[in-house]
Design a protein around this ligand. Structure first.
Ligand SMILES: Nc1ncnc2c1ncn2[C@@H]1O[C@H](COP(=O)(O)OP(=O)(O)OP(=O)(O)O)[C@@H](O)[C@H]1O
Ligand SMILES: [Mg+2]
Ligand SMILES: [Zn+2]
Length: 508
């Protein structure tokens, strides 16, 4: 007799249906699994056998063949234990077949018949085209039910599932216990109030976070670049519910969920070390996993000591910075992960670090400086909207007792500014000013006549490129939004030009 069980798997953050056929026929007692299973599925044989016995059912002393279809997609993991066990029991007539086929099952079995969580429950609930209710291990059920309209039953043992299918036990679908509008704040103990002076850098970071603009901090050693960047999580606005789901899917695909609980409610702040490989940064591997650019989706990717990163690693950022997503190709498979990030990078202006410092003399030769700065290629630099010089603090500023503004009040302004953008881009596929294309810039970044005049003369005098022109308009849009202004005034334009120091100064 053949039993068919519905299950699923995923590649990247896309799910696909897997159908599990179990045939029990007379012959030497053995259990074979076919359909390109990897080693973990072979191990499933032993787990399934023990779990069935230890749950109090007899294991058929027949020839059992299990086929996982489609065969041409590699299946990973131990999540087919539960559907395989149920298929065997149904083929052995312990379970009613018709009832079995009304649901979709996934779950890893322990030897005693209890169920363990698997990776990717939310991906499956979110992207599988299926109307069948899910039967998942309890922990996964709570993850999957975040998907609107998903009907998910949470179970703890194989026995519970069998009794449910035999109509001897009732199960109630799991309901999401999460507030649909999370107010999760990323506030830790670090606060911008600890940073003395550096008003320009703080203001620039506020603008960067508010509009999603990439930023490069340049300054001498000890100026406070790392200190500033580490405080960004305290001003990040909460994720929307949809963003939470998107981010959780990525962490689910990366197998990182257990470290963070079931849901990624706080915006990510990723700060990989400069020794990171291109694959770890961009994503990849034989089973393509998301890299840091995707783990930072809807949040911040902080690359401290930017020129120390491998050139080939930095270059992988080109496409994701431009497109907000990255496609990884391995063999014949293509996996696309979202990567809408705000890049925050920091660097010294030269190898010794003191080129822009007024108090110490730089010892580098011109060619050393050029070589150092060339590590950041033009195309990457082009994708960075704000270039901020972080000067070394004077003794007076460091000694001053005046309290600086708290992260809390900076964050309030950022939230208000983000709300204006959300309203503006309701009909667009993005939410932040930094992601506007030239068409949107023409539509939404309208200049007052004073603003127009100022920008015109700046273009001429500073010999700005067309690209710089659009960047200034995007930045000015965010600066005006922080103020609640509709039109871009001369003041907004002037401030935006100030943040393009590399267009004008010592670079090149
Ligand atoms: N504005 C500031 N207010 C208070 N403390 C500061 C400030 N700037 C620097 N410091 C102190 O100096 C230390 C060094 O700063 P930080 O590590 O951020 O410098 P950096 O610019 O990242 O230097 P490097 O280029 O060497 O990485 C900080 O840990 C902090 O104690
Ligand atoms: Mg530093
Ligand atoms: Zn130097």
């Amino acid at each position: 007799m053949i039993a068919k069980v519905h299950s699923a798997a995923y590649l990247g953050i896309e799910a696909y249906a897997v159908s599990i056929e179990v045939d029990v026929s007379h012959g030497l007692p053995q259990l074979n699994v076919v359909g390109l299973p990897d080693t973990s599925i072979k191990e499933a044989r032993e787990r399934v056998r023990a779990a069935i016995k230890n749950s109090g059912y007899s294991f058929p002393a027949d020839k059992i063949t299990v086929n996982l279809a489609p065969a041409d997609i590699k299946k990973e993991g131990s999540s087919f234990d539960l559907p395989i066990a149920l298929g065997i029991l149904a083929a052995h007539e312990v379970l009613p077949l018709a009832r079995l086929q009304q649901y979709l099952f996934l779950g890893e079995l322990a030897l005693d018949g209890s169920l363990r969580a698997f990776k990717g429950a939310l991906i499956i609930a979110n992207s599988l085209d299926s109307t069948k209710p899910f039967v998942f291990p309890e922990l996964n059920a709570r993850e999957a039910c975040l998907q609107k309209n998903a009907r998910v039953y949470g179970v703890n043992t194989l026995r519970e599932v069998v009794e449910f299918l035999q109509d001897e036990r009732e199960l109630i679908p799991v309901v999401s216990d999460l507030p649909k509008n999370n107010s999760g704040s990323a506030c830790g103990s670090m606060d911008f109030a600890d940073v003395k002076g550096q008003e320009v850098a703080k203001r620039a970071l506020e603008i960067a976070v508010a509009g999603g603009h990439n930023v490069l901090l340049i300054g001498s050693p000890g100026a406070g670049k790392t200190m500033l960047a580490r405080r960004i999580p305290s001003i990040l606005p909460p994720l929307t519910f949809e963003e939470t789901v998107e981010l959780t899917k990525i962490y689910s695909a990366a197998g990182h969920l257990s470290e963070h609980g079931t849901l990624m409610t706080a915006p990510p702040f990723r700060s990989p070390h400069y020794s990171i490989s291109p694959v770890a940064l961009a994503g990849g591997g034989s089973w393509p996993k998301p890299g840091e650019v995707s783990l930072a989706h809807h949040g911040i990717l902080f690359l401290d000591e930017f020129p120390e990163f491998r050139r080939d690693a930095i270059e992988t950022l080109r496409t994701p910075l431009e497109d907000g997503q990255i496609t990884i190709s391995r063999a014949k498979k293509h996996v696309t992960y979202p990567s809408i990030i705000t890049l925050v990078a920091s660097m010294n202006p030269c190898p010794c670090g003191y080129l822009t410092d007024t108090r110490r003399k730089c010892r580098c030769s011109l060619s050393q400086i050029q070589k150092y700065q060339m590590k950041i290629s033009g195309p990457i630099l082009d994708r960075i909207d704000l270039h901020i010089e972080v000067p070394a603090l004077t003794y007076q500023t460091l000694k001053a007792e005046d309290p600086a503004e708290s992260s809390f009040s900076i964050r309030e302004r950022i939230i208000a500014c983000r709300n204006r953008q959300t309203e503006r881009f309701l009909k667009h596929p993005f939410r932040l000013n930094a992601r506007m294309g030239t068409r949107e810039i023409k539509l939404f970044a309208r200049l007052s006549s004073e603003g127009e005049k100022l920008l015109g003369s700046a273009m001429k005098e500073l010999r700005l490129s067309a690209r710089a022109y659009y960047k200034i308009l995007k930045l000015a849009r965010t600066i005006a939004d922080l103020e609640g202004a509709d039109c871009l005034e001369a003041g907004h334009i002037a401030e935006a030009i100030q943040y393009r120091s590399l267009d004008r100064q010592w670079w090149h």
